[in-house]
Design a protein. Structure first.
Length: 270
């Protein structure tokens, strides 16, 4: 695919997907969604990629839906996603409960880190929430924004946000659509780490490198699968699957290497 509004780079086992409409603060369009999903599908299928980083070009992460696109919905009298029939389906097929827009992030068997370099609003806020980990620059503005547009909570945020920060805090953010600075987001557990703008690449790079080099890829995939499936299951089901996975993965080369590294007091070479 010819990428016009995103960039895709792979280095040191980390794929970086950059939303690249900096003149529009990376506002979301059908084209951007199409390219973004293609990038994720490419990273998910590449055995040389172990971690995915999502960020924005310029001074924003993603300012939400493009205002021109929103005006188009008004003119047409309804919603039009602006995507074609060739839309990639990253993460689909792992579990039918995740076969939906943005929920597909849960089916991708690699950790996804949101590097929030600036404002994240509306769909940009949702995108960051569906990533597994979030690192933000200090002072970045985050908002669901839907209330100010007369819309419902979008993209499953009414399901996801309570699970990330608790029902009471989620209710307040969803009902008010107020702006939350990243410093507050970190205090309530929505953001995992804060840094100065000039330290974002280094901070995210160190986290991605730790995951890519020090944790077995099979463990990352299995653990991510367990995390999101267990949101729908009872503890007995969780324990039962963990036992099956344990027995299977203890026959793997990754387990053998992990044990050897532990006994030899060296970093594992996964």
């Amino acid at each position: 695919m010819e990428l016009k509004v995103t960039t895709y780079e792979v280095a040191a086992k980390v794929a970086t997907v950059t939303l690249s409409r900096p003149d529009r603060m990376n506002a979301w369009t059908g084209r951007l969604q199409t390219e973004y999903r293609w990038c994720l599908a490419t990273a998910a299928a590449d055995p040389g990629v172990r971690v995915i980083v999502v960020t924005g070009a310029g001074r924003a992460f993603c300012a939400g839906a493009d205002s021109a696109a929103l005006a188009g919905h008004v003119e047409r009298g309804g919603y039009d996603p602006g995507t074609g029939a060739d839309l990639a389906m990253p993460g689909y097929g792992m579990d039918p409960r995740f076969d939906a827009d943005f929920a597909y992030h849960f089916g991708i068997p690699k950790p996804i880190i949101a590097a929030i370099n600036g404002p994240a609003a509306g769909v940009g806020f949702a995108l960051a929430c569906y990533c597994d980990l979030r690192v933000a620059v200090r002072g970045a503005k985050l908002t669901t924004s839907h209330g100010r547009l007369g819309l419902p909570a979008e993209f499953g945020l009414s399901w996801l946000l309570p699970r990330l920060i608790g029902a009471s805090r989620a209710a307040e953010l969803l009902l008010t659509s107020r702006v939350v600075l990243s410093d507050e987001a970190a205090a309530i557990g929505l953001v995992h780490a804060l840094c100065d703008p000039d330290e974002l690449a280094l901070t995210v790079g160190a986290l991605a490198s730790e995951l890519a080099e020090r944790v077995a890829p099979g463990s990352l995939a299995a653990t991510k699968r367990q995390l999101y499936l267990d949101l729908h299951r009872g503890v007995a089901e969780s324990v039962a699957e963990a036992e099956v996975l344990l027995r299977t993965m203890m026959t793997s080369e990754e387990f053998a290497e992990g044990v050897a590294a532990l006994r030899e007091k060296r970093p594992p070479a996964f």
